[in-house]
Design a protein around this ligand. Structure first.
Ligand code: RIB
Ligand code: CA
Length: 319
C-alpha cells in the first residue's frame, strides 16, 4: 500500500516525542512535513526537539517549520516545565543536530502540502490548533484538499486537565480550535475520554531503556519526568498516551469502535468554561449514530489498548 502523506503539527513535548517516533516507525504513512506550535514549550524550542529526534532516527530529510509562537487571542503562557521539563523533553539533553528549520512557517507549509497532495494529505495535530487556524485563514480551500484532520484534544464526557472544562490543546487556543472544528473538513477528535485510558507503565519504559536503539533509549529517559507528573492522576508512576493514541488512530493501527460524528462547539468565551469542547452527544444511548451535517467524529472508545502496540512498534523500529 502506498504510504499516505502526513502533515504533523506538534508542541514537542514528551508525549509528542513518543508520537513522532511512532510515526517515524509507521510504514503506513510518510512524514511530508512537520510544523511546531507553542504549547508544552515554545514553538522554536519544539522545532529544535523535533529536529533532534528526527536526526537521532536518521530522518534528516523531513522538513520542520516553526509555527505560531502565540495563540490567536494573546501571548503564549510559557509552557509547562513541571510536566514536560524546561526544554520540552523532560530536561534530557538530546544529541543536537546542526539542521535547522525551514524558512516557511508551519501554516505556509500546511497550505503548500495540501496543494501538493490534493485529496490525499492527512493532518495529525497534537498541540494547540493555532497553525491549522492560520492555514485556513491563509487559504480556506485547504479544507477541501485535506483528506482528514486527526486532533488530539478536548474532553467530551470527562473533565478537562488544565481546568475543570479545558483540555490543554484546546484551552491553549480556543479561538483556533473553534475555527478548526467549524471548517468544512473531516475532523477526528481524540479526547481525554480515550487518551487517559491508554497508558505506559514502568515496564514499558524499562523495555525502551534496554533497546539497542539510541532513539528508544532517549525516549525512556524523556519519559522519566512525565511518569513523576502522572502520580497525581493515577496514584503511581506511569503516563497517559495522549498524542500517540491520536497518531495510532490516524495511522490505522488502533480502530475507533465508538466514534459518532456530532456537532462540536468550542467555548471561546472568557468564562469558567473557556476551552471546553461541547460535543452534542444527546440521543446516543441507543448506540452511536452520526448526526446529519456534523463533521467532527468524537472518539469515545477504541478496539484495543495502545500500550503494547506502541511499545512493539517502537522496539521493532531500528531508526
Ligand atoms: O492534554 C494533552 C495534550 O496537551 C497533549 O498533546 C500534550 O502533549 C499536551 O500538548
Ligand atoms: Ca502535544
Amino acid at each position: 500500500m502506498t504510504p499516505r502523506p502526513v502533515y504533523f503539527d506538534c508542541d514537542t513535548g514528551i508525549d509528542d516525542a513518543l508520537a513522532l517516533v511512532y510515526l517515524m516507525a509507521s510504514p503506513e504513512i510518510t512524514l511530508a512535513g512537520i510544523g511546531t506550535v507553542s504549547g508544552n514549550i515554545d514553538a522554536a524550542r519544539a522545532a529544535v526537539n523535533t529536529l533532534d529526534l528526527l536526526a537521532l532516527g536518521g530522518l534528516d530529510e523531513v522538513p520542520v517549520a516553526v509555527g505560531a509562537m502565540d495563540p490567536l487571542a494573546g501571548p503564549f503562557s510559557g509552557g509547562v516545565p513541571h510536566i514536560h521539563g524546561h526544554n520540552g523533553v523532560g530536561d534530557v539533553e538530546l544529541p543536537h543536530t546542526a539542521r535547522g528549520p525551514e524558512q516557511e512557517s508551519a501554516a505556509e507549509m500546511l497550505v503548500r502540502l495540501a496543494h501538493e497532495h490534493p485529496g490525499e494529505l492527512d493532518v495529525i495535530a497534537i498541540g494547540p490548533l493555532t497553525n491549522l487556524a492560520l492555514a485556513l485563514q491563509l487559504d480556506p480551500s485547504i479544507a477541501t484538499l485535506v483528506r482528514k484532520v486527526t486532533v488530539m484534544g478536548g474532553a467530551a464526557l470527562v473533565p478537562g486537565n488544565v481546568s475543570v472544562a479545558g483540555e490543554a490543546n484546546i484551552w491553549n487556543d480556543p479561538e483556533a480550535a473553534q475555527i478548526v472544528v467549524s471548517a468544512p473538513w473531516q475532523v477526528v477528535l481524540v479526547p481525554l475520554d480515550v487518551t487517559l485510558e491508554n497508558t505506559f507503565e514502568e515496564a514499558d519504559r524499562t523495555a525502551l531503556a534496554a533497546s539497542a536503539s539510541p532513539l528508544n533509549r532517549a525516549l525512556a529517559d524523556i519519559l522519566d519526568l512525565y511518569f513523576d507528573f502522572y502520580v497525581h492522576e493515577y496514584g503511581r508512576r506511569m503516563c497517559a498516551l495522549h498524542d500517540p493514541l491520536a497518531a495510532a488512530i490516524a495511522v490505522g493501527q488502533i480502530t475507533a469502535t465508538r466514534a459518532p460524528k456530532v456537532p462540536v462547539v468550542v467555548d471561546d468565551t472568557q468564562g469558567p468554561g473557556r476551552g471546553q469542547t461541547l460535543c452534542d452527544l444527546r440521543g446516543q444511548r441507543g448506540g452511536a449514530r452520526d448526526v446529519e451535517g456534523a463533521n467532527v467524529r468524537v472518539v469515545l472508545d477504541t478496539d484495543q489498548p495502545l500500550g503494547p502496540v506502541l511499545l512493539q512498534r517502537l522496539l521493532d523500529y531500528a531508526g
